[in-house]
Ligand binder design. Sequence first.
Ligand code: ADP
Length: 172
Amino acid sequence: RDRDIHLFYAIPPTLPRYYDGDPTRIRQILVNLLSNAIKFTEQGQIKIEVGAQEGMLHIAVSDTGIGISTARQGELFQPFTQAEASTTRLFGGTGLGLALCKRLTDLMQGTITIDSRPGSGSRFTISLPLAVNQDLSMQDVALPQTEVALLCPMPEWQSLIVPHLQAWGIKT
Ligand code: ADP
């Protein structure tokens, strides 16, 4: 809010609501990607897009931040690697988040890819081979519009949202 960054998400209404997967690990990846998106974006927007194709669930986190040069993109999944020598000084961080995301997506037989241009922003996409949970998806349980706030590391958002989620019987 301080930096005037807006968070959006797009989930097609036709997408099944439930997949069999490891929510803790998927949330860990998304929190990492979203934390980076917020950290490296001065202003503009951060978008979460979800889609499915040929047995794969795709989740993309994109931002309008500083971006990453093509030359550095491949190395960022190595532990303790940052795009620039100045990154720690300017933004802090350890260079471990993306290595963790890569390790976790590999363990789930998935992939993680970057599409980024310096100055224009970055888009990280995870693709996971998750099967639709037919039983739960058959029940018409609408995803609360605010559920995305759980993924957002801004504590003030969470404290506003959590009581509502609990009132709706959603575990927080
Ligand atoms: P950390 O964020 O702790 O430095 P990560 O492994 O999460 O470590 O990220 C590694 C590096 O990749 C970051 O230091 C930064 O240089 C670059 N990076 C990651 N995400 C983004 C992003 N959304 N926009 C620009 N650069 C990014």
